[in-house]
Design a protein around this ligand. Structure first.
Ligand SMILES: [Zn+2]
Length: 335
């Protein structure tokens, strides 16, 4: 719901209830910054699933952000330690962040020790606001490129994208960027855990971090490999993704549970399945490119060839765009 609509509805309801003096006070309140009436609704509690010892994931709907799911369509995870809690990805809004916090607070009163953001796309970090409200000063980690993109306006852009997609459900959210950086090969020691950061310059985006936590046997794939969902690649690279996913398999030897940005957790087959899509698409585009076909001419044949992925949300909507993006990469490689 757009802010204006909520605002108007609030005023309409309360004009009937309150006398003129109270109304005058309310009008004064509206002159200030965001009032409580302009906030999007609470997000219903999701069940936190223990995917590895002390590692709890909240699974967003396998879909795009909609008014119905209120933007809850990415995975968020929290890890309990003796000293406190580590959070990985905080969702699309302050409301989702608060819902995540309710799940944490149902299990522990200990403070948040660190918040990790996998990349700059808003469905993974706009809930940071709720983490800071719970534990003021909690360090938030992201890749330097994520901080740079937010500096250039990515936070405001993602706020707008999510507001539009959810019809205003995220109203009241304020983008709170990371305060600390982690780059490829960096290790963080927190709450008795080792958090190893893996970064490849051009994958799903240019700001992705994959997090490996050996003590719990988990690897966070971010959006570089998703399970049952095709994601946008507008600011990513197919070739870069394929090379990175090949490399991460030999680099990370401690993980048995892989947690994707979207979709259920699983083992390394998540990576193989996603490579099947990315690689199959790349090969097909290269082949038809050599035959002289344009990107839209090759789409029906590619759609047919990748039909194993046809029921993954995002396939319909993204395939045409993905073919065009790969076409450019293949063309670039040919020169
Ligand atoms: Zn993403």
């Amino acid at each position: 719901m757009p802010i204006k609509t909520i605002h108007r509805r609030f005023r309409r309801q309360h004009t009937r209830q309150f006398g003129p003096r109270v109304l005058a006070t309310l009008v004064l309140l509206f002159i200030g910054p965001l009032s409580a009436g302009e906030r999007g609704p609470k997000v219903p509690d999701a069940v936190a699933q223990e995917v590895a010892p002390g590692v709890f994931t909240l699974f967003g709907e396998i879909n795009h952000p909609t008014p119905e799911n209120q933007g809850f369509m990415a995975n968020s995870t929290f890890i309990l330690t003796d000293e406190g809690v580590v959070v990985i990805d905080t969702g699309s809004s302050v409301q989702i962040g608060e819902m995540l916090l309710r799940q944490i607070r149902a299990r522990t009163d200990k403070p948040l020790l660190a918040v990790l953001n996998t990349h700059v796309h808003g469905d993974h970090w706009l809930g940071n606001q709720a983490m800071v409200a719970d534990t003021p000063g909690v360090p938030i980690y992201g890749h330097p490129q994520m901080l740079a993109l937010i500096e250039q306006g990515a936070g405001a852009q993602w706020y707008d994208i999510m507001m539009n997609a959810t019809d205003g459900a995220i109203a009241g959210t304020e983008p709170v960027p990371p305060t600390q950086t982690l780059d490829d090969g960096d290790s963080l020691s927190v709450g008795g855990l080792t958090i190893r950061a893996h970064h490849y310059p051009e994958v799903h985006s240019t700001s992705d971090l994959m997090f490996e936590i050996p003590e719990r046997g988990v690897l966070f794939l971010a959006d570089n490999a998703n399970n049952g969902r095709i994601v946008r690649m507008d600011d990513g690279s197919f070739r870069g993704s394929l090379e990175a996913l090949e490399d991460i398999k030999s680099r990370v030897t401690t993980a048995e549970v892989l947690i994707p940005g979207h979709g259920p957790v699983g083992d390394w087959s998540i990576v193989d399945d996603y490579v099947g899509y990315l690689g199959g698409l790349y090969e097909a585009v290269a082949e038809f490119y050599d035959e002289g076909l344009s990107d839209f001419e090759m789409k029906p044949a590619i759609s047919e060839r990748l039909s194993a992925y046809a029921d993954w949300p995002g396939f319909e909507g993204e395939l045409g765009k993905h073919i065009s993006l790969v076409y450019l990469e293949v063309e670039e490689e040919a020169f």
